[in-house]
Write a protein that binds this ligand. Structure first.
Ligand code: CDV
Length: 319
């Protein structure tokens, strides 16, 4: 019997700084209903889906940013998502800012069953940006200021989804640009990678020119390559549009294990896209070109875990 999982990516339009959680949660619930009506068993929401992308705002005192974080999941504010999941029999993936009881802060995401069980949690590992206010930048990107580096690795769980057992994994936004994230998931037999993102349409670092169309290209390139090289489906879903005066691109996609885009959002607003993911498609890649057990050569990959920055190569000299 074919293992077909109908998956929805629920792209979010902008959430403005002064909009409350209740506004965002009502929009998410409306998209859950649309995803369910289109037959989805799982809906994937973006990174930090409950608030504006607050790392663009500098607070001298970090504690002033605490109001952007959830200290419980579910909470009163997010309870309607759990109620909708139960009512609709729909699993969901949600990105949010997590504050732990001992005061750690993470850019986190969870996979929640229709019964409200948190089946998988991930805390973002590759935190882009900077920790201090940067006067040269047109927009701040203060993830390194507000978040601790994730401490859960890149976990995969075999989760009951749509009546199937599915090897599900999570990464968040900037993680998608790093082949290491994908491979660690791939080495656990992942079949479905969920990745929420908030990505500005322009490079605001003032480090040099990057043409705006390449921003989307690089995002898709990373997701399509990661899916292909690890023989997995991938759902990459954006928060998009003009948020607090700053533009984030959309172009959310669902990608198959051949690296092909099977569904793509066309607006930069709330939009649900759905694709049937035939999980048996993962088998071809992982039993041929990417049969890891036969072809990988970890003895040659030592640098991947032994060093962080690049080392200069030796000079060639004529013998
Ligand atoms: N939220 C992100 O991680 N955004 C980064 C931007 C800053 C480049 C990204 O990789 O999309």
């Amino acid at each position: 019997m074919r293992r077909i999982l109908p998956v929805a990516a629920a792209q979010l339009g902008p959430i403005q700084r002064d909009e409350g959680r209740d506004v965002a949660v009502a929009r998410l619930v409306a998209m859950m209903e649309r995803a369910h009506a289109r037959g989805a068993a799982l809906v994937v929401f973006p990174e930090l889906a409950l608030t504006t992308f607050f790392p663009r705002w500098y607070h001298e005192d970090r504690a002033q940013a605490d109001h952007w974080f959830e200290s419980a999941m579910p909470s009163n504010a997010t309870a309607p998502l759990f109620a909708a999941a139960k009512r609709l029999g729909l699993a969901f993936h949600l990105g949010y800012a997590e504050r732990t009881p001992d005061g750690q802060h993470f850019n986190a995401a969870v996979l929640v069953s229709p019964d409200g069980d948190v089946m998988l949690k991930y805390r973002k590992i590759h935190l882009p940006g900077h920790a201090e206010f940067d006067p040269k930048r047109s927009v701040q990107h203060l993830e390194k200021r507000y978040f601790d580096v994730g401490d859960l690795g890149f976990p995969v769980i075999r989760a009951p989804l749509g009546g199937l057992g599915v090897n599900a994994g999570i990464m968040i936004c900037n993680d998608r640009r790093w082949p290491e994230s994908w491979r660690v998931l791939g080495l656990q037999g992942v079949e479905l990678v969920m990745c929420g993102y908030n990505t500005p349409s322009t490079n605001t670092s003032a480090a040099g020119f990057e043409a705006p169309h390449l921003r989307v290209f690089h995002s898709h390139l990373s997701v399509q390559a990661g899916a292909y090289q690890n023989a997995t489906f991938a759902v990459a879903v954006a928060k998009a549009g003009v948020e607090d005066g700053h533009e984030l691109f959309g172009h959310s996609i669902i990608v198959n294990p051949q690296g092909e885009i099977t569904a793509q959002a066309t607006s930069w607003d709330d939009e649900v896209i759905v694709a049937d993911c035939d999980l048996d498609m993962c088998r071809l890649g992982r039993t041929t070109v990417f049969a890891f057990d036969r072809h990988r050569r970890p003895e040659a990959y030592g640098r991947i875990t032994a060093q962080v920055g690049a080392e200069a190569p030796g000079e060639w000299r004529k013998e």
